[in-house]
Design a protein around this ligand. Structure first.
Ligand code: T3D
Length: 263
């Protein structure tokens, strides 16, 4: 029987989604894209899921597009990569960014090309000490996609983003933390446990408010201060009407732990 391209498991309010083509370093082919889209849709739909954890099977997180599917005969017609970006990669990045639940990425090994940028699209990124991030596109004559040209300069600054994109130099997990590109690094053996713990923590938080926080931060990338202040007002109005806010204030005043329901 053929192995599933994405593994899906739920526990303690977390959906663990594992890219599962380890022999190809979890490179994306059509099947992996389809399975990942389905897993993300499922995690979004299930009310009991309040945080998502994305990781890879084997020694890599993801090596980007499967280049074996991009072989074209000498003199043959070039593939329309714009079409695959439009149909597969852009919807994936948009889905992660718009996910109304926190998405944690545990980068368990090398993350190259679209694999690196999909990790950076997640809300909180942890990496194994042995992980590397590579903007591999320039090595094969392509442009960083999956939001790389958007996320990178915002995360690490223009100078570093330009060098990373133009040179394709691998960045260690340690360097990525030092530059503020990712949140934390952990020893390889500890990474998944730490990522699961983080997800359990997030799943116990007022997750409806976390969705609004994601919305505000996403909008801040394009808004001016006035527009952002207006948006904060509107989102705070919405948050203030939630059951979780009521519970949060009550628990604080009663000096007890809150029990949030994500509503
Ligand atoms: O096409 C479109 O639709 C547009 C969208 C593009 C998005 C993109 O992501 S473009 C960028 C594609 N990715 C790359 O260019 C990265 C290619 N891979 C590498 O540079 C290296 O493999 C790594 C740096 C990721 C890891 O290096 P290393 O030395 O640890 O492993 P390796 O020996 O190179 O790879 C192990 C195997 O995985 C090897 O196969 P083999 O020899 O054991 O049969 C290698 O060919 C295979 N592999 C790795 N990456 C890919 C891949 N096979 C197909 N596609 C890959 N991307």
């Amino acid at each position: 029987m053929e192995a599933q391209k994405v593994l899906y498991e739920e526990s303690e309010g977390t959906a663990v989604i594992t890219l599962n083509r380890p022999d190809r370093l979890n490179a994306f082919n059509e099947e992996l894209h389809a399975a990942l889209a389905e897993a993300l849709e499922r995690a979004e739909r299930e009310d009991r899921v309040r945080a998502l954890l994305l990781t890879g099977a084997g020694r890599a997180f993801c090596a980007g597009q499967d280049l074996a599917d991009r072989r074209f005969p000498t003199g043959g017609k070039a593939p329309d990569l714009g079409a695959t970006i439009e149909r597969l990669y852009n919807p994936l990045v948009r889905r992660i960014r718009a996910m109304p639940k926190p998405v944690v990425c545990a980068v368990n090994g090398v993350a190259a090309g679209a694999g690196a940028n999909i990790a950076l699209a997640c809300d909180i990124v942890l990496a194994a000490r042995s992980a590397r991030f590579i903007q591999a596109f320039c090595k094969i004559g392509l442009v960083p996609d999956s939001g790389g040209t958007f996320f990178l300069p915002r995360l690490v600054g223009e100078a570093r983003a330009r060098a990373l994109a133009l040179l394709g130099t691998p960045i260690s997990a340690e360097q990525a933390v030092t530059w503020g590109m990712i949140w934390q690094l952990h020893d390889d053996e500890a990474l998944l446990d730490e990522a699961r713990k983080l997800c359990v923590q997030l799943a116990g938080q007022p997750t409806a408010a976390l969705a609004l926080i994601k919305q505000a931060l996403q909008a801040a990338a394009v808004n001016d201060l006035d527009a952002q202040l207006d948006l904060e007002r509107d989102l705070q109005r919405e948050a203030g009407r939630s059951e979780d806010y009521r519970e949060g204030v009550a628990a604080f005043l009663e000096k007890r732990q809150p029990v949030f329901k994500g509503r």
